[in-house]
Design a protein around this ligand. Structure first.
Ligand SMILES: Cc1cc2nc3c(=O)[nH]c(=O)nc-3n(C[C@H](O)[C@H](O)[C@H](O)COP(=O)(O)OP(=O)(O)OC[C@H]3O[C@@H](n4cnc5c(N)ncnc54)[C@H](O)[C@@H]3O)c2cc1C
Length: 357
C-alpha cells in the first residue's frame, strides 16, 4: 500500500511511523521540512492531568517519546480549586503512583519556590514528562529514514496525489489542513484557528523552577516549565482566534495575564519578567477533541490537535494507521465530519478538555 502524508509536524511524523510499521510504503511531503509548524514551538509538556481518553493518550506519548530518548519524567504540580484537584486524581493514576495529593510545603519543595494553596483549593502532583522537541523531531526523522520512508519538500494537492496512484493520503498539516483540503476551518468539526503561545520568563534571583507548576484559577490555566535555573516557560493564555494560519504573531499581553494567575499561588511569579514570547497557529475543533478519520474516499485527516498535539499524536497516529491498513474502526467522536453528521459512536462522547473551569 502506498501512502502520502502531508505535513511533517508531530502528527504527520507519528502517522508516517505507524503506517510504515504497519507495512505501508510511505512518503511525507512538507514544503517547510520536518517540525517547522506548531511542533517546533511546543513547550514540550506531556501531562497526565487530562480527562478520559486524553490521559491514555498522554501515557502512550510518554512511553513513545521516552523510547526515542526525547523525554524525561518530571513532577507536574497542580494548584487548583479542590473539586478540580479531586477530578484530576483518577483512581488509576493514584493506584499506580503516577499521581497523589500534596500539602503546600510538599508542593513548594517540588517546585523549588513557595507555593500557596488558598482556602478551598488543593494541591496534587502527577508524574508528567518534558519533551526535547528538537530531539524528538530528529529521532522520528531518523527512525523514518531507517524504515525507508521518504521525506520530501514538495506539496502536491491531495487531489493530484490520489491521481498519482497513492492508495491513501493523510492530511496532517496542522493549522494548514483546511487550506490543503480547500475547505473553511469550520467545516472540519467546527474548527477555528488560533495562536498557541508561550513565553520565557526570568524568575527573581535565587528562585529555582524544578517541576511543572500548573495553576488553575477557574478562568484559565497557567504552567511553567524548567528551562534553566531561574528561568521558566509560561503559557496557556486566553485563546487568540486568527483568520489565517500565516497570521501568527505573539500577543505580548497574554504573558502578563498568565503571570498574574501564577502569582496567586506562587509569589515568585510576582517578580518574574518576560524575556521572549513566541506563538504558532493551531487548529482547534468546536468540541476541543481531535479530528481523525476519512474525509473523502482515500483521503484522511489527523488534525485539530489544539495545544496538546505532543500528548495526543502517537496514540491517534496508531489508531489512524490501523484504520487505513487494517480497517479497524475509529471512534465516531473523532469523525472530522462530526458537526455535519450526528454522533455515531456508542455511548456519550468523551468530555472535551477544558481545564478545570
Ligand atoms: C507555543 C506553543 C506551545 C505548545 N506547547 C505544547 C506542549 O507543551 N505540549 C503539547 O502537547 N502541545 C503543545 N503545543 C501544541 C502542539 O505544538 C501542536 O498541537 C502540535 O504541534 C500540532 O502538530 P501538527 O503536526 O498537527 O501541526 P504542525 O506542527 O503545525 O505541522 C503541520 C505541518 O504541515 C506543513 N504544511 C503546511 N502546508 C502544507 C502543505 N500544503 N503540504 C504539506 N505540508 C504542509 C507545515 O509546514 C507544518 O510542518 C504547543 C504549541 C505552541 C505553538
Amino acid at each position: 500500500m502506498r501512502v502520502l502524508v502531508y505535513g511533517a509536524g508531530i502528527a504527520g511524523l507519528t502517522a508516517a511511523l505507524e503506517l510504515a510499521r504497519a507495512g505501508a510504503r510511505v512518503e511525507v511531503a512538507d514544503p517547510r521540512g520536518p517540525g517547522a509548524g506548531a511542533t517546533s514551538r511546543a513547550a514540550g509538556i506531556v501531562t497526565l492531568q487530562m480527562p478520559g481518553a486524553l490521559e491514555e493518550w498522554a501515557m502512550e506519548a510518554i512511553e513513545a517519546y521516552t523510547r526515542l530518548g526525547a523525554a524525561r519524567r518530571v513532577h507536574g504540580v497542580v494548584v487548583a480549586p479542590r473539586p478540580c484537584v479531586e477530578r484530576l486524581l483518577s483512581e488509576r493514576l493514584v493506584a499506580s503512583g503516577l499521581a497523589g495529593g500534596l500539602t503546600a510545603s510538599e508542593a513548594s519543595r517540588l517546585v523549588g519556590h513557595e507555593v500557596r494553596v488558598p482556602e478551598g483549593w488543593g494541591a496534587a502532583y502527577t508524574l508528567d514528562a518534558l519533551v526535547d522537541v528538537g530531539g524528538l523531531v530528529s529521532a522520528l526523522t531518523a527512525r523514518l529514514e531507517a524504515l525507508g520512508v521518504s521525506l520530501g519538500r514538495r506539496a502536491p494537492s491531495p487531489y493530484e496525489a490520489s491521481l498519482g496512484g497513492y492508495d491513501a493520503v493523510v492530511v496532517a498539516a496542522g493549522a494548514w489542513t483546511p487550506a490543503v483540503l480547500g475547505v473553511e476551518p469550520r467545516e472540519i468539526a467546527g474548527s477555528s484557528l488560533y495562536n498557541c503561545e508561550a513565553s520565557s520568563v526570568a524568575l527573581p534571583e535565587g528562585s529555582r523552577q524544578e517541576a511543572i507548576l500548573y495553576v488553575e484559577s477557574g478562568v484559565d490555566a497557567a504552567y511553567s516549565v524548567p528551562e534553566a535555573p531561574g528561568r521558566a516557560i509560561v503559557g496557556d493564555g486566553p485563546n487568540n482566534v486568527i483568520e489565517s494560519p500565516l497570521d501568527a504573531a505573539p500577543t505580548p499581553g497574554a504573558v502578563y495575564q498568565v503571570l498574574e494567575t501564577l502569582a496567586e499561588a506562587a509569589p515568585a511569579y510576582l517578580d518574574a519578567y518576560p524575556t521572549a514570547s513566541w506563538a504558532a497557529p493551531c487548529l482547534i475543533t468546536g468540541d476541543g477533541l481531535p479530528a481523525v478519520g476519512e474525509w473523502v474516499e482515500g483521503i484522511y485527516i489527523l488534525a485539530g490537535l489544539d495545544g496538546y498535539g505532543l500528548m495526543a499524536a502517537p496514540a491517534l497516529a496508531r489508531l489512524l494507521a490501523h484504520n487505513i491498513t487494517r480497517g479497524t474502526p475509529l471512534p465516531g467522536w473523532l469523525d472530522p465530519h462530526r458537526r455535519a453528521s450526528p454522533w455515531r459512536g456508542e455511548g456519550p462522547p468523551p468530555e472535551p478538555f477544558r481545564g478545570c473551569s
